[in-house]
Ligand binder design. Structure first.
Ligand code: GLC
Length: 433
């Protein structure tokens, strides 16, 4: 009896320990490396690209799976070249790629054994694009992250939430245990067959945010599976709330951390102490949309990157590859131009933390050790006042080392620039104490 009680107590304490997430040393190291990169490229590519209407087309147009899935037999991205994609992305200064492995439409972009509805078995193309991308990323030294949708508009076993209601599914066939097992089997493939994966980026939690009874996604067990398969793999979830146990990064959709301009973030979601990542589109849509040529300028994108770094966060900047397998020409041009800028200024972004002064209308600050980088983005005067607690030893223009005059004031310094700033980002480097 006493032994039985002991066993029970031991089991209960194990359960309790199991619930408390303690990141491993590899995971903590991986978080640091993630934060140091500061810049990654998001790729939304799936069967949806063939319709060229963005990744929500199936739901928005109310297309039943039986019709939608016919597109697979015509999906032939003849110009897909993983080496070119990775090279162009690497040259932009980005350190990682996050690609949609299976988006809400339910089509898998790798050779999964869990469903025939995948790029190898269901298309004439027949190539495992994740394999090719993973090999190239590893070859070229770019980290690979996988986006994975929790919700699914195609599978009957996924218990429908507030989206996908016009996609022809029979709600009576919902079978959560089967769907959960399917997801975990897919995640196991993704984390076993494609080498080291930097992160799993979940999306779709919000599909059940209006349920009368709170929906249990069984995240703990799923996150534990990921950490067991690859302890260094970071878990992120685009649920728009404060992070859950088991999550290693905090994601912000179309917003700088702490802002809620896009209306996605829960008002109570605080900025946590986890590494932060803001995802943003280059144009208006995530997946390729043929009419969407509304690209942000290179200057706007660089300003966004600088402001993100100034908040101590990474920028995950999206591109929607075309149905023919190419990255859109405008996106390639943006990558090139950001890359030229990063060649010069990358070290004021990568490996930095948020600077001493919060992001301002005039710009942002980043810090590495005793170097404070003042990024002047929008400012039409030679003199700029910086409220600072630290002592400024000297100040130079980052680009050419030209001295910048520093005048101490009661609560900071005034910098006098050689000229009114006109560059995309006039960076002043302060040595501080
Ligand atoms: C939203 C959208 C999804 C997109 C994601 C990227 O959750 O539903 O289509 O992939 O944002 O942040």
């Amino acid at each position: 009896m006493r032994f039985g009680m002991f066993v029970l107590a031991a089991v209960l304490s194990l359960v309790a320990v199991g619930q408390e997430y303690v990141p491993t040393a590899e995971n903590l190291q991986s978080r640091r490396e993630f934060a140091d990169m500061r810049f990654g490229i998001f790729l939304h590519w799936g069967l949806y690209s063939t319709f060229a209407q963005g990744e929500w087309y199936m739901q928005n147009a109310g297309i039943p799976y039986a019709e939608y899935s016919k597109a697979a037999s015509g999906f032939y991205p003849a110009r897909f070249d993983a080496a070119q994609w990775v090279a162009a992305i690497k040259a932009s200064g980005a350190g990682y790629i996050t690609i949609t492995t299976r988006h809400h439409e339910g089509f898998s972009m790798w050779h999964t054994a869990q469903s025939d509805y995948n790029i190898v078995d269901a298309t004439p193309f027949g190539r495992d694009i994740l394999r090719e991308l993973a090999d190239e990323c590893h070859r070229q030294g770019v980290r690979l992250h996988f986006y994975y949708s929790h919700l699914d508009w195609a599978r009957e076993d996924y218990p429908m939430g507030r989206t996908g209601r016009r996609c022809g599914k029979d709600p009576a066939k919902a079978d959560w245990p089967a769907y959960y097992a399917f997801m975990n089997a897919q995640l196991t493939e993704l984390l076993t067959n494609y080498g080291p994966i930097g992160a799993i980026w979940f999306d779709g939690w919000w599909d059940h945010d209006s349920d009368a009874t709170p929906f249990d996604w069984q995240l703990d067990e799923q996150y534990a599976l990921i950490h067991r398969l690859q302890p260094a793999c970071l878990v992120g979830n685009n649920h728009h709330f404060a992070p859950n146990p088991g999550e290693d990064i905090q994601i912000f959709e179309r917003d700088l951390p702490g802002e809620n301009s896009a209306g996605f973030v829960d008002a109570a979601a605080e900025v946590s102490r986890l590494p932060l990542e803001t995802c943003q589109t280059m144009n208006g849509m995530w997946g390729y949309k043929v009419v969407d040529q509304d690209y942000k300028s290179t200057k706007e994108l660089i300003h966004y990157l600088v402001n993100t770094a100034g908040k101590g966060a990474n920028l995950l900047l999206n591109i929607g590859p075309q149905p023919n397998g190419e990255l859109p020409a405008t996106a390639l041009a943006r990558l090139r131009e950001i890359g030229e800028w990063m060649q010069v200024y990358g070290s004021t972004i990568r490996g930095t933390e948020a600077g001493d002064i919060a992001v301002q209308p005039w710009g942002a600050t980043t810090r590495r050790g005793d170097h404070l980088f003042v990024h002047i983005l929008n400012y039409a005067s030679r003199e700029i006042y910086l409220p600072l607690q630290c002592k400024v030893l000297d100040a130079t223009l980052f680009v050419d080392g030209m001295a910048v005059k520093v005048t101490p004031t009661a609560e900071g310094v005034v910098l006098t620039l050689p000229a009114v700033p006109t560059a995309i980002d006039t960076v002043v480097e302060l040595r501080t104490k």
